[in-house]
Design a protein around this ligand. Structure first.
Ligand SMILES: Cc1ncc(COP(=O)(O)O)c(C=O)c1O
Length: 508
């Protein structure tokens, strides 16, 4: 095996042939054909580029559908026979009418996060009862639209919003189905989570009582509970003082139960993104179930639903080793069933909201290689080495995750197979920003040349949906591939589209 480059991260395997390592990151129906071209959904990348241009978002329909199904089947099986599970595909990861339709055909619901996403889901034919609406600052118009459409749930994020939902629902002669978004004090990412009493973020309603004027908690909170800590004894809990009194979550839940236009269906929590281990989900679930038990003790109401959010992780590079939905579902189901049994509660109907884990690995972005430069760099060991910069015809406008989150990706030379020497390469875009990096570190064949096609795997989520027109680049098309054919889901933006928004200068 070749030796590692001094600038390469430790996880990056030096290589002569990229195929084996990248296969795990590509859609399940990707392979190389006899000419060495990458083929996805039965269509080779040169054909895709010739028909649709580059950069190009390519989505494997079969891979998307298989992942959607695997979440539904894994969670339904794990929670059976006690309860049923609804999988809400989180449309913020990527939404088009086709994708919304595929999700529904696979038995999923669709989670939206704005009036625009709601409009798209409805345009895609998603039955309104299978739509949820999120958002920390929903406008009255968005709430009204949700009520008019008769969607299945509005996830309320504040007391202010609850009041407005009720007022608008009463005016419309209805009661709105509402879930309350709580912040359980669990933040999870990849392998770890942190538990905290106080949440410094804009979403949801805290379980922790608000501080008194003196800065001390107005009442005891349930605080930060270590993972695996036993649930409270239900007998003593029923008689002890309510630890949530004075918390935004308790105030909102109590109010929701009184409001004439609100039908409080249950509780919701979303604890982070790119989560590999179930422990954070389990702890959040325990906390919500303890809260449900307290609601029953003090208000005599057993809420029928619990939404455990999204955030299930995927492999962006060889360093990532996410678990499959079965093992997450099994761990979570065991914890939820046990916590409910300890509190004497029926297991509520469960929902989850995976976005990235369904659409991320199904997507690949194709770019054409342009300018390449070998840049001299001082290595940490004091030596001087070089890094290859490979510029492509897109960049941070079609994949903002590198700039936003320092996200790592991988890449593969897709238009031909080349073995032999590889150079540590950085794939950069064509924008006027030095931070315009698509792939920070990857070994690409030194023979990579102008007009070769590069494929960046795992770009199905949060790439098109975060895309922009920065530097007036037109947004790429999104095409679906299946059974040897491609279909445009979202057409490439044109300069005319961009100029059409400019009202036009007329010299006086
Ligand atoms: C409330 C909520 N649900 C679901 C998701 C989807 O997360 P992911 O795509 O990581 O599964 C998000 C992402 O931000 C979210 O905020």
């Amino acid at each position: 095996m070749p030796s590692a480059h001094p600038l390469a991260p430790a996880w990056l395997t030096p290589r002569r042939d990229t195929d084996d390592l990248e296969a795990a990151l590509l859609p399940a129906d990707a392979h190389r054909d006899a000419q060495g071209r990458l083929v996805i959904g039965g269509v080779d990348v040169e054909t895709l580029a010739a028909q649709h241009g580059t950069p190009l978002y390519v989505l494997s329909e079969a891979d998307f559908r298989a992942r959607a199904r695997s979440f539904r089947e894994a969670f339904s099986a794990a929670f059976a026979p006690e309860t049923e599970v609804d999988v809400f595909y989180a449309g913020k990861a990527f939404l088009s009418t086709h994708v919304a339709g595929w999700a529904v055909e696979e038995g999923l619901c669709v989670d939206t996060a704005s009036g625009g996403e709601l409009a798209l889901a409805l345009a895609g034919g998603v039955p309104p009862k299978q739509i949820g609406l999120h958002g920390n600052n929903k406008s009255d118009a968005e709430i009204q639209r949700a009520l008019d459409a008769g969607i299945g749930r509005i996830i309320a994020d504040s007391l202010d919003e609850l009041e407005r939902i009720s007022t608008l629902a009463v005016a419309a002669g209805t009661r709105a189905p509402v879930m309350l978004r709580l912040t359980p004090g669990v933040h999870a990412s990849t392998h770890e989570y942190i538990a905290t009493a106080h949440e410094d973020q804009k979403f949801g309603l805290s379980l922790t009582p608000a501080l008194s004027a003196a800065g001390a908690p107005a009442a005891d909170s349930d605080g930060a509970v270590a993972a695996g800590a036993p649930a409270a004894d239900p007998a003593s809990e029923d008689t002890a003082a309510n630890p949530y009194l004075g918390s935004p979550a308790w105030t909102a839940a109590s109010r929701a139960l009184e409001l004439p236009g609100v039908e409080l269906r249950g509780l919701h929590a979303h604890i982070g993104s790119q989560i590999f281990e179930p422990a954070g989900f389990e702890l959040a679930a325990q906390k919500l179930i303890t809260f449900l038990a307290r609601l029953r003790a003090d208000h005599g109401v057993e809420l029928p639903e619990l939404d455990l959010g999204g955030g299930h992780g995927i492999a962006y590079t060889e360093a990532d080793t996410p678990r499959d939905p079965e093992s997450i579902a099994a761990a979570l189901a065991a914890t939820v069933k046990q916590a409910c049994a300890e509190h004497g509660l029926q297991v509520p109907r469960i929902s989850i909201e995976p976005g990235r884990a369904i659409v991320g690995p199904a997507g690949v972005t194709l770019y054409r290689v342009g300018v390449q430069k070998d840049v001299q760099v001082d290595a940490p060991d004091g030596s001087t080495t070089s890094r290859r910069y490979v510029a492509v015809d897109g960049g941070m406008s079609d994949n903002a995750r590198g700039v936003l989150y320092d996200a790592d990706y991988s890449a593969v030379l897709a238009s031909r197979r080349v073995t032999g020497d590889h150079a540590l390469s950085r794939i950069v875009g064509k924008h006027c920003e030095s931070g315009d990096i698509v792939v920070r570190n990857v070994y690409l064949p030194t023979a990579t040349a102008r007009d070769d096609l590069l494929a960046v795997p795992a770009t199905g989520a949060y790439c098109h949906s975060l895309s922009s027109n920065y530097n007036y680049l037109t947004r790429p098309a999104v095409v679906a591939v299946a059974d040897g054919a491609s279909q445009v889901l979202i057409r490439r933006e044109t300069e005319q589209d961009m100029l059409g928004r400019d009202t036009g200068f007329a010299a006086r």
